[in-house]
Design a protein around this ligand. Structure first.
Ligand code: FAD
Length: 424
């Protein structure tokens, strides 16, 4: 068998140490490339709710030899219950494998980010409290000016933007407003955590409130409750509140919305008052006409955020990072050809996971008491169907709404990183 010729490693800059950034850093540095990851925050961001990883995302994790590490850090949620204002169970969905509401790989987002960071940090360089202020195309490379290094410039063969939904660098590169590719679904979610109390166990509970509000609390496997306060709001006010990043104002807004609305809402709002990990998230999608320009390429939520409603944000970021790494390794001498191959492979999958009916948030959060009663009847019938072994009924609903549809047609084999990865 002939040995492939040695080549000069690519100099790669990744902006954003969330989920996609560290997975990409892992694979590219495994293939011998020189990778630097910058993160705007002063530390790894640990905020956020529980997320799940499914289908081919798990395959990638297995190839990273992280499956058991992640399994050990899952939340061990036993199932999900819909409850009324007196905490009576309207419908319950115990964990029962692939088609239940609880996933086998349910993990707090920050825990997952940490696993990927730990797996890649020995191989790639991480720089916190840093961001890109300018990128100039130089023909065979991109020249990056950093914000914190007093105008210091560095050249890279490839710059990857993995900054999440509201990426500033994406706007800079594509010459458009930060919000230009963001398609809002008008649902806002305040996520925070507090210590478990006597009512909290290993079950998730969902409580609906008129005027399109809901509270969703879940165990996190770390002795805390992860709460999501959800509301449908298409006003400019909520956009402004999310934009100012003033945590106290954000808390006040949600406390006013939820206090005194029955069930355990006051206790949960007390938790929000004390919380130091509030993360206010817009439920929206990113739809970009192109995912690359010159030497710059987008990955994860920056390129194709499917929205938390799809349940595919982390899985698609993991798969996208893996496919981009494989295509760059295969097209090392022509990164733009690698970008094109990555986009060609990912587009159909992304189109599929992004095709959520726009009415879905409104169906999930009814306007009136009547609407909530109807929703309760529907989920009750589904819970009966599930218990009677007609579990495919749930599969049909999730398929209809395109939730958790995760089959990727043809993931590149990991041997590509061994075969093509011989560097100088
Ligand atoms: C703090 C946080 C909490 C989240 N909580 C949830 C949740 O509860 N449920 C859910 O479904 N999804 C959540 N998400 C989104 C979820 O992580 C993504 O949908 C998915 O994992 C895709 O990951 P990503 O790597 O593309 O982006 P992200 O995970 O969003 O990571 C982007 C990273 O880039 C950094 N960054 C942003 N701008 C810059 C910049 N200009 N320069 C350098 N770095 C920058 C961010 O600080 C972040 O670390 C959360 C994201 C974050 C950042």
């Amino acid at each position: 068998m002939s040995t492939p010729p040695t080549r000069k490693p690519l100099r790669v800059l990744i902006s954003g140490a969330g989920i996609g950034g560290p997975v990409l850093a892992y694979w590219l540095s495994k293939a011998g490339h020189s990778v630097t990851v910058i993160e705007r925050s002063s530390r790894l961001r640990k905020e956020g709710q529980t997320v799940d990883i499914t289908g081919d995302g798990l395959k990638v994790i297995k190839w990273m030899d992280l499956l058991e590490t992640i399994r050990a850090r899952t939340t061990k949620e036993e199932g999900a219950k819909f409850v009324d204002s007196r905490n009576r169970v309207v419908a319950s969905f115990p964990f029962a494998g692939r088609l239940s509401l609880t996933n086998e790989f349910e993990i707090v987002r920050g825990e997952l980010a940490e696993v990927f960071y730990e797996a890649s940090k020995g191989k790639a360089e991480y720089v916190f409290r840093e961001r890109i202020s300018k990128i100039e195309e130089m023909g065979d490379c991109a020249e990056v000016t950093f914000a914190s290094e007093d105008g210091k410039k560095r050249q890279y063969d490839v710059v990857v933007v993995a900054e999440g939904l509201a990426s500033r660098t994406r706007g800079l590169v594509l010459g458009e407003d930060v919000r230009a590719p963001i398609k809002p679904l008008h649902m806002w979610v305040a996520s925070f955590s507090f210590a478990q109390g006597e009512n909290d166990d290993q079950w998730a509970r969902v409580y609906h409130i008129p005027n399109r509000r809901a509270l969703f609390i879940r165990p996190d496997g770390l002795g805390r409750v992860r709460a999501n306060a959800c509301v449908i709001d298409d006003s400019d006010k909520i956009l402004a509140i999310s934009g100012i990043r003033d945590r106290e104002k954000q808390k006040e807004h949600f406390i006013n919305l939820f206090n005194g609305t029955g069930w355990e809402t006051d206790r949960i709002m007390d938790g929000l008052r004390q919380a130091d990990d509030l993360y206010l998230q817009e439920t929206a999608q990113a739809k970009n006409k192109t995912w690359s320009k010159g030497r710059v390429v987008l990955v994860g939520d920056t390129a194709y955020c499917p929205s938390p409603l799809s349940g595919m944000g982390c899985t698609s970021a993991i798969i996208g990072a893996y496919v981009l790494a494989a295509k760059l390794v295969q097209h090392q001498d022509n990164p733009q050809a690698g970008f094109a191959a990555y986009e060609a492979m990912m587009r159909p999958y992304v189109d599929d996971i992004q095709s959520i009916p726009r009415v879905f948030p409104h169906l999930a959060l009814p306007e009136t008491e009547w609407g909530i009663s109807i929703l309760h009847v529907v989920v009750y019938l589904f819970s009966l169907a599930a218990k009677a072994g007609l579990i495919t009924a749930i599969g049909k609903i999730t398929a209809y709404f395109n939730i958790g549809q995760d089959q990727f047609p043809d993931l590149p084999d990991p041997s590509v990183f061994e075969r093509e990865g011989k560097q100088e």
